[in-house]
Design a protein around this ligand. Sequence first.
Ligand SMILES: [Zn+2]
Length: 70
Amino acid sequence: MRTRSAAEAKSLPPIETLSQRQQRGMDCVHCGITLTPATALDLGPRKIKRLDYTTRWYPRACTSHGKGQS
Ligand SMILES: [Zn+2]
């Protein structure tokens, strides 16, 4: 799994399991619902390590998943 930061990575599903739309922040990373500017919550950039390079993605979540995570 990823090692960067447990705090950052918590509560996000592995990016490998997400759809293209979820990876692009178009759909909620947790439930896959289509986001609109009104409902999207930016979770901040996350670093991911691909085969031999590190890239970044910008997950977004719907209002029910983007806050109040335990
Ligand atoms: Zn959601």
